[in-house]
Design a protein around this ligand. Structure first.
Ligand SMILES: Nc1ncnc2c1ncn2[C@@H]1O[C@H](COP(=O)(O)OP(=O)(O)OP(=O)(O)O)[C@@H](O)[C@H]1O
Ligand SMILES: [Mg+2]
Length: 453
């Protein structure tokens, strides 16, 4: 047996044992008490009955009759006179009862009374019934009820209750043992599964155990295993991509610096190579910065502080910011936005989002085409779209472009290609705002990226 099932069994067992013992004790006491009360009532009733008969027909014959009636059985009767002397008794061996009799005479009783009620300590319970026919003829009718039948009853009760108690405890033990084993088996499976997970083995399969809490826990562990497996694969892929990403500019750096060091090249060429080195270093720095940004977003250590601001002046500023690089490529930037439209977002983060989208539009557009920024109300939120008429994205690629380091054109040209991080950052930022992003695109038809914020 494993530990948790022992614990469960022990807790249940102790709880039920306490309940059972107190219940049996309570029942036992009540049954015995009501039985004794009955005995007392009967004794008092018989005694007062005898006394009434005696008062009505006071004579020696009546007394003999009374004594005769109690001759056999567990009850005895003793009739005393004024001085406390026994006149008649149903028991020959009067000695045993005699020691109880004086008590009836010690006190002047006016009414019927129980003289001895200690059924556990004495062989009899005793009641006294005073009678008075006239001044000279008075005394007591004293009744003795043997406590043996009560003791027998108690013994029987003890035996029955004991038997019932032991049987139910054994039955309970068996039921608990089976139940707790049944309950803990899935827990043990889950424990083994999590141990496997912590050792890095994500191939866990837990049996279906229903839709209760344990079932849900089991499902969650299974989900966790899948998620961990996916994350591990993603991390490996990501690390490989980063290594590749960094090695490309490093190759340029090493190559061009070696060339620049050659003594035979002229000053002009050297300057050209050094400028390439500076450019590549910048790119590497940018790449590392983006990677750090992304890592921060994954850890949720960055904050989004939303505020209301007007969309139009904000977007006009954005256009001014990117204007020069668009002019260089002879691209026209168009802005469609209502005057009164207000956005609820973090302006710094939104700028980062739009700069990335505009950078892509610029990079992947043909020369002399148009890029349109449009902002409009969409239900409770605001939609901002960036439309270009550039190369577009093949439909089968659109679901991947938001992944880290994913690029449609696999071979990156040093001039136009990015590192594939921009859209991953955009997506994280939009989601941190509680918004969403989608893309419509076709090869040769350009692309429209729309964020809902
Ligand atoms: N407007 C667009 N038109 C065509 N293709 C696009 C457009 N925007 C993104 N893509 C494709 O999606 C890929 C991922 O974009 P993303 O912005 O993440 O990376 P990047 O632009 O290549 O590099 P980075 O933004 O990190 O400098 C791009 O490599 C490109 O293939
Ligand atoms: Mg980009």
């Amino acid at each position: 047996m494993n530990r948790i099932s022992i614990k469960l069994t022990a807790y249940f067992f102790i709880a039920v044992l306490i309940m059972e013992v107190s219940l049996i004790g309570y029942l036992h006491r009540n049954i015995v008490h009501s039985r004794i009360d009955e005995e007392f009532a009967r004794l008092l009733a018989t005694g007062s009955n005898h006394r009434d008969v005696l008062v009505e027909y006071y004579s020696d014959t009546t007394m003999k009759h009374i004594v005769l009636m109690e001759k056999d059985g567990d009850r005895e009767v003793v009739i005393t006179d004024r001085k406390g002397e026994i006149i008649h008794s149903s028991e020959e061996n009067i000695k045993t009862q005699e020691k109880y009799i004086p008590r009836a005479n010690d006190v002047e009783l006016k009414t019927d009374k129980i003289l001895a009620s200690d059924w556990e300590g004495l062989p009899y319970i005793i009641s006294a019934h005073p009678y008075k026919v006239d001044a000279s003829r008075s005394g007591y009718v004293i009744m003795f009820q043997s406590t043996r039948p009560i003791e027998q009853l108690v013994q029987k009760l003890n035996m029955y209750f004991g038997l019932a108690g032991v049987t139910s405890i054994v039955a309970l033990l068996i039921i608990y043992a089976v139940l707790s084993k049944f309950l803990t088996r899935p827990l043990i499976h889950m424990k083994e599964a999590t141990e496997k997970l912590s050792e890095g083995d994500f191939d866990v399969s837990l049996p279906f155990i229903g839709n209760d809490e344990l079932g849900e826990l089991s499902g969650s562990i299974q989900k966790l295993a899948k998620e961990l497996e996916r994350l591990k694969a993603e991390r490996n892929e990501f690390l490989a991509s980063i290594a590749h990403e960094l090695s490309t500019p490093l190759t340029y750096l090493i190559g061009y610096s070696k060339v620049a060091m050659r003594p035979e090249i002229n000053e002009q060429d050297r300057e050209h190579y050094l400028s390439i080195i500076a450019e590549e270093s910048d790119r590497m720095k940018e790449l590392v910065k983006n990677l750090l940004d992304l890592a921060k977003m994954d850890e949720n250590t960055f904050t989004v502080s939303k505020e209301y601001f007007k969309a139009r002046p904000f977007l006009e500023d954005m256009c001014k910011l990117v204007g020069p690089s668009f002019n260089l490529k002879q691209l026209r930037l168009e802005l469609i936005c209502e005057e009164e439209l207000a956005i609820y977002a973090d302006p710094l983060r939104l700028e980062q989002i739009l700069l990335n989208l505009l950078d892509n539009a610029l990079k992947y557009s043909m020369e002399q085409s148009v890029v349109v920024i449009r902002a409009f109300k969409e239900g409770e939120k605001v939609a901002i779209s960036v439309r270009d008429f550039g190369v577009g994205i093949p439909p089968e690629e659109t679901e991947f472009i938001f992944e880290k380091l994913y690029r449609v054109e696999k071979s990156r040209s040093r001039i136009s290609g990015g590192s594939g991080i921009g859209l991953a950052i955009v997506k994280e930022l939009v989601e941190a705002h509680g918004g969403s992003i989608q893309v419509e695109s076709g090869v040769g038809n350009g692309s429209t990226f729309t964020i809902l914020i």
